[in-house]
Design a protein around this ligand. Sequence first.
Ligand SMILES: [Zn+2]
Length: 96
Amino acid sequence: MPPGEPSDPRRIFRDANEKIERERLRLALGDGPAPYICECATVRCTALVLVPPEVYARAREGGATRLVVPGHEHGDEVVEASATHSIVRERDGRAE
Ligand SMILES: [Zn+2]
């Protein structure tokens, strides 16, 4: 399945996280850690990544980068790694 397809789980979870981010801003929850959904390529993954909004913003800035829990990199290029999260970049042309 090509990345970016509406049915691509990565796209679905990315859209969900954008809703979480909007709600977080609407509720004025501040800059403390917030629960985002793991954006890895596994359809049934419902893991939560508890990170400050600034980390989520960094994952969004990259365009093709995604926020995942450690261990869910699935072969993608890791651009940022910590005990709480990884930010990965999708490899070009990789088929799921
Ligand atoms: Zn995952």
